[in-house]
Design a binder for this molecule. Structure first.
Ligand SMILES: NC(=O)c1ccc[n+]([C@@H]2O[C@H](COP(=O)([O-])OP(=O)(O)OC[C@H]3O[C@@H](n4cnc5c(N)ncnc54)[C@H](OP(=O)(O)O)[C@@H]3O)[C@@H](O)[C@H]2O)c1
Length: 335
């Protein structure tokens, strides 16, 4: 089968190649999916760059892509939830990454029937960013109706779904974006839109219950300036907290270095009597099923920046690297 693979650590233009590789073999708890559409995420090029070397070692050639929508081609002996021919979508578990390919494996528990009202391209736009928003806002922040949440980068892959998910709970949503995307985030339901080209969100947001930081760096630390005493800051792009470094089983040296890097954030959290958590999303079929319901009932809607042909996957990744996508970039693999 044809697959885009990572051949070595490096950048998108010098470390990826299309290769003919063997179709992957499923175990008893997995399904083989004929890929119709995949979506790409910053983690794809970050891992390629070697940013996650301390967390996992790659054996090259290695698959790229984590989001898939397609048709079940084969089911493992223990799988009772799906049959050949079912249309499903999934954020494949990390060791199975490789959705930019004609076929990919997913664990049955990480897979969900595709909402009937969505195309494969639309469904593929959801899993990784949708589960990230779910784990950040619902599982960790425990966001409630009436609470005020600031969601950074509301026009990005994570932001576009996070705004909609927070609104579905009944929260008040403020978001940051550039002038060109003000209309988009307003349409998605944001109650307060801060155009970062025209004003500083630090002057406009005060005493919020939750900040969802998808930008990292100064945004992670500055979150503590805008939350109320006892608020919650959740980041998917900022400093690792002690809990995540422990859960990831990092060695003492790396944990020490990360703790040193996070010391300002920890101090800021203490001063505000706030909680700070870094979320590292993980595949989760139950949460994806909850999201599927929200899309099926049209409470949430997919946001697609662009659709590329499989042969243009590297171009698609170059587009993503620029960091200006409005929603998700999709790669169409089959009709
Ligand atoms: N920890 C995890 O498990 C996890 C999971 C998913 C994602 N992430 C991370 O979360 C981050 C966001 O992911 P994503 O998929 O949403 O990325 P993305 O789709 O590439 O984000 C692009 C968007 O970011 C906006 N943006 C860039 N700089 C901004 C700024 N200063 N203020 C407001 N908006 C800004 C851009 O809008 P403008 O053009 O209007 O600026 C654009 O729409 C990435 O760093 C990713 O690696 C982590």
């Amino acid at each position: 089968m044809k697959a885009l693979v990572m051949t070595k650590y490096g950048d998108v233009n010098n470390s990826l190649a299309f290769q003919e590789i063997a179709k992957p073999q499923i175990n008893a708890d997995q399904v083989l999916i004929k890929v119709h559409a995949a979506s790409i995420n910053p983690v794809d090029y970050r891992i390629l760059r070697g940013d996650a070397k301390a967390l996992m070692k790659l054996n090259f050639p290695a698959g790229i892509g984590r989001d898939v929508s397609g048709v079940v081609e084969a089911v493992g002996d223990n799988v009772t939830t799906f049959a050949v021919g079912d249309e499903i979508f999934s954020r494949v578990d990390e060791p199975l990454a490789g959705t930019l390919a004609e076929y990919v494996i997913s664990n049955a528990i990480d897979s969900v029937k595709k909402p009937a009202n969505l195309s494969h391209e639309e469904a593929a736009s959801i899993p990784l960013v949708g589960i990230t928003a779910y784990q950040s806002l619902i599982e960790v922040a425990k966001l409630k109706a009436g609470e005020k949440v600031l969601i950074h980068a509301g026009s990005g892959g994570v932001g576009t779904l996070a705004i909609q998910l927070a609104k579905s709970i009944g929260a008040f949503v403020a978001t940051t974006t550039s002038t060109a995307n003000v209309k988009l985030v307003t349409k998605l339901g944001a109650d307060q839109v801060i155009d970062y080209k025209k004003s500083n969100y630090l002057d406009q947001i005060k005493d919020f219950d939750v900040v969802f930081d998808t930008l990292g760096g100064e945004y992670c630390l500055d979150a503590f300036k805008v939350i109320k005493k006892g608020g919650r800051v959740i980041s998917v792009a900022g400093e690792f907290d002690a809990q995540i470094t422990k859960e990831l089983g990092l060695n003492c040296l790396i944990r020490g270095l990360l703790a040193l890097k996070a010391r300002k954030v920890v101090k800021a959290a203490e001063q505000k009597q706030a909680t700070y958590r870094f979320v590292m999303m993980a595949a989760n079929g139950k949460q994806l099923a909850a999201l599927a319901d929200l899309f099926e009932s049209k409470v949430m809607t997919p946001v697609i920046d662009s659709v590329y042909d499989f042969d243009d996957s590297i171009e698609a990744l170059n587009h993503l690297v620029k960091g200006r996508a409005k929603g998700k970039i999709i790669v169409k693999i089959a009709d």
